[in-house]
Design a protein around this ligand. Structure first.
Ligand code: AMP
Ligand code: GLY
Length: 429
């Protein structure tokens, strides 16, 4: 079958890499794609993915059989609905189900109505009652823009004054329409982890767990980013904890969405806080994580395309996926200056040598192939991903490959995996 993947990040490179390996895939396209995705798919760099009509036109012209939507923005904007109406099968939730990520207030109300564990909260359109909520609950406290804010709409306020400033900024238009409403919630203390499950409307099939590194600097310092590295599995997510997440969080969500007449189909990415009282849901994303997807795809042994099709057809019941026992770990190389401003079009060398190492895949994000020369054109640029017997092994392979890459204008964190490696060391003592 002919498959079209929508997106241009490391996540989409990993998805394309896994889909290209499926015997079910006869031809793979990616719109717009990037300089690395070209190795496994035909890229369509001219396509504007927010132009849903253009994507339908492309599906007609190329006789596409299956569309996989990578990022959240087109999902929340209803691309799957438009494809559905035009008769094209796709992987991802429709706009109504994508509200799980598109509106934090919607998610919190769903959790409250169905007893899904999450931080206590209030929803506000006016500053005065939001401030009263802050006074009543005290700091630390968390202030969130309701809608999609490109990962920047969450403020962890250490003082009531910081919380009040965040409320004023959000309701004052800092994030445009995404901040028409603010959610203020209790601060949760614990270890964060990500849990992924495929959901076909009625059945949820657990995938795997991962941990991300959101801060730009070593030791989890500096501003938040889209993610500077990840590994899978997350040691904090024991089998017992995964069972609790399925029973207390994922399955009740699937049932609630079904009951509301807006069944969820796609991948549910639960951002969790593992507290002393058990798992609490911080947020849902309605797509794979980036860079979490890269480590998941390295570990998946089963046919990804078959699983994505079963998700869209509603036939996940009874399916089973096979995973490698090894750990996968990804180090993100970003352009110097990210998440602030950075130079573009700088040249990256040494990629072939790094890629040739055993158990290494280099997934590209912001790159362009300029006549055989790979240039950096984004903030997060490469994901150097390794498999290893332990997190420590995977980390040393990944950094060995990173050190073969010649890109003076890039940087990476040098401590990806520190939390899990600490646990591995403790377990040995
Ligand atoms: P989100 O965009 O909702 O994932 O939030 C971004 C980050 O803010 C999360 O990954 C957490 O590190 C943190 N965060 C969000 N909500 C809370 C909370 N209620 N308590 C503690 N940390 C939080
Ligand atoms: N790495 C976090 C995310 O994809 O949302």
């Amino acid at each position: 079958m002919k498959v079209l993947v929508i997106g241009s990040g490391g996540r989409e490179h990993a998805l394309c890499w896994a889909i290209a390996a499926s015997p079910l895939c006869s031809k793979l396209y990616c719109a717009p794609g990037n300089g690395g995705i070209e190795q496994v798919a035909e890229c369509l760099p001219e396509v504007n993915i927010s132009d849903h009509g253009a994507i339908v036109g492309l599906c007609c012209d190329l006789a596409i059989d299956f569309v996989v939507v990578g990022p959240e923005a087109p999902l929340v904007a209803g691309l799957v609905d438009v494809l559905d109406e035009a008769g094209f099968r796709s992987f991802g939730p429709n706009a109504a189900a994508a509200q799980l990520e598109g509106s934090k207030g919607f998610l919190k109300d769903l959790c409250a109505a169905h007893g899904i564990p999450t931080a206590g909260y209030g929803r506000f359109k006016q500053a005065a009652p939001a401030r009263e909520f802050v006074t009543a609950n005290g700091a630390p406290i968390v202030v969130k823009a309701d809608g999609l804010a490109a990962g920047k709409g969450v403020i962890i306020a250490n003082t009531e004054a910081e919380a009040n400033t965040a409320i004023d900024d959000i309701l004052g238009g800092q994030f445009g329409d995404a901040g028409a409403e603010v959610v203020v919630e209790e601060f949760l203390d614990g270890e964060e982890a990500s849990f992924f499950a495929l959901v076909d409307g009625a059945t949820a099939l657990p995938l795997a767990t991962a941990q991300d590194h959101k801060r730009v600097g070593d030791g989890d310092t500096g501003p938040n980013t889209g993610g500077m590295g990840a590994y899978s599995p997350a040691p904090v997510m024991t089998d017992g904890m995964c069972d609790r997440v399925m029973a207390e969080i994922i399955n009740p969500t699937v049932a609630a969405m079904n009951k509301a007449g807006t069944p969820f189909k796609g991948v549910l990415f639960a951002g969790l806080m593992i507290t002393n009282d058990g798992p609490q849901l911080i947020e849902y994303n309605v797509r794979f994580g980036d860079p979490e997807c890269q480590v998941l795809m390295m570990r998946l042994k089963s046919d990804l395309l078959e699983a994505l099709i079963a998700t869209s057809r509603g036939s996940l019941a009874g399916q089973n996926l096979q995973w490698r026992d090894e750990v996968a770990l990804a180090v993100v190389l970003a352009a110097r200056g990210y998440p602030g401003s950075y130079d573009k079009n700088t040249v990256i060398g040494g990629l072939d040598e790094a890629q040739a190492l055993e158990d290494i895949e280099i997934f590209h994000a912001g790159t362009r192939n300029d006549g055989g020369v790979i240039r950096a054109v984004g903030g997060r640029v490469l994901n150097v991903t390794a498999l290893g017997a332990s997190v420590a092994d995977a980390r040393s392979s990944a950094y060995n490959a990173v050190d073969r890459i010649d890109w003076p204008d890039g940087f990476c964190r040098r401590d990806i995996g520190w939390r899990a490696i600490g646990r591995e060391a403790e377990a040995k003592d």
